[in-house]
Design a protein around this ligand. Structure first.
Ligand code: 13P
Length: 392
């Protein structure tokens, strides 16, 4: 079939079509994006997840990271205990009012609740789309100062197809970029990670999964300023968008998961207004309006800080073309887990904390959070409880 349109990502069904430019009689080869039978579904899924007033529950910690977190509250790292913990999260009454997607680790995607209902159905009946982490962790780039490349491209197409069959409708791939005092990510790390994200996004879309593209300029030690984070984040995101474009990724069918711009851990903290000013400036400079949702990670911010900064983003950019919203892991789970501590009698209280946190962030997404916060004044939730190589 001949291509009749060259609009990126439309199901035009062509391989290559030649068109002749009238002026100058120059022959231009127009490359039509290969037909993607999932194109309309991808757009609808991304749009749904980016619904205003909703965000993503990131619960895709690897078994090793989940184990560390469970063990911190005295719960053994067994498959049943990991299942119980995820069941607590996914069955929290009312969660679907504030959460449109949940990211799962592969094990969880195939797990069932205690009563035998697959988690995919538990979430589906709450109106929550299932996502799956598809990267397989980080590997140090030789010759760099501990910079990393994200692994997982081998076999990715087959894995994504299997995840789609199991009910997943979106995917996640986390790339990590580091800033240290006086320097930012190397060009090598930026290019490598932008390439990995673009290839992943291309493959995920081919298999019907909306790719969450996560370039995390990670919050780390050092007294570097918020301006430096904004500068490096802008470099990183612009490269990522450039490579997504190079790989014909359909932007209406992705979601972005970036960091907010924060100063280094040893610098004085920034106000929500400053975080919002630099973060929205960075987004406006780099992210096209066709991307439906920008779902920020919490990245170590406290639960309250995550909500207040999200609220400030709406105030700084009231007519944002994308939904400026959340895809929080630690900022939704930390107090929930502490409250549960593996005890059946704490189950309901823990679910209530989770839903209260989700509600606070939902209100912040709409610019309507008035407080008080369900977990006021807590400290930063830093990386100690995450495993290094295995990623999230
Ligand atoms: P945090 O909100 O804990 O940073 O996790 C979000 C996430 O999914 C990072 O990959």
């Amino acid at each position: 079939m001949q291509a009749t349109s060259c609009i990126r990502g439309q199901a035009v069904g062509g391989r290559r079509a030649a068109s002749t430019a009238a002026a100058g009689r120059r022959s231009v080869v127009v490359r039509a994006a290969a037909a993607n039978p999932y194109a309309e579904e991808l757009k609808a899924t991304a749009k749904y997840i980016a619904t205003r007033g909703k965000g993503i529950l990131a619960s895709d910690e690897s078994n090793a990271t989940t184990g560390k977190r469970l063990e911190s509250v005295g719960v053994e790292n067994t498959e049943d205990n990991r299942r119980d913990w995820r069941q607590l999260l996914y069955t929290a009454p009312g969660l679907g009012q504030y959460i449109s997607g949940a990211i799962m680790f592969e094990e969880t995607l195939y797990q069932k609740a205690r009563d035998g209902t697959p988690f995919v159905d538990v979430l589906g009946s709450a109106g929550i789309k299932c996502g799956v982490k598809v990267d397989t962790g980080l590997q140090v780039l030789p010759g760099t100062d501990g910079e990393t490349s994200t692994q997982g491209l081998d076999n990715l197409q087959a894995r994504c197809e299997a995840y789609y069959k199991q009910g997943a409708r979106f995917a996640k791939w986390r790339a990590v970029l580091k800033i240290s005092e006086g320097s930012g990510p190397s060009s090598q790390a930026i290019l490598e990670n932008a390439h990995g994200l673009a290839r992943y996004a291309q493959i995920a879309q081919a298999a019907g999964l909306v790719p969450i593209v996560e370039p995390e300029v990670t919050l780390g030690p050092g007294a570097y300023s918020i301006e430096e984070t904004a500068y490096w984040s802008e470099r990183v995101y612009s490269h990522v968008m450039r490579l997504l474009n190079e790989y014909d990724v359909m932007l209406e069918g992705i979601l972005l998961k970036p960091n907010m711009c924060l100063p280094g851990l040893d610098a004085p903290p920034a106000s929500p207004a400053d975080v919002a000013k630099y973060t929205t400036r960075t987004m406006l400079r780099t992210i096209p309006a066709s991307v439906p949702g920008i779902h920020f990670l919490s990245g170590g911010m406290s639960e309250e800080e995550s909500t207040l900064n999200l609220q400030a983003l709406q105030e700084a950019c009231p007519n944002a073309p994308w939904s400026l919203t959340f895809s929080y892991g630690r900022a939704l789970q930390a107090s929930t887990l502490k409250t549960w501590a593996g005890k059946e009698e704490n189950w309901d209280a823990a679910q209530q904390i989770l839903v209260a946190l989700a509600k606070a962030n939902s209100e912040a997404q709409l610019g309507q959070f008035k407080g008080p916060h369900p977990v006021p004044g807590g400290g930063r939730i830093l990386q100690a409880l995450r495993t290094g190589g295995a990623g999230k």
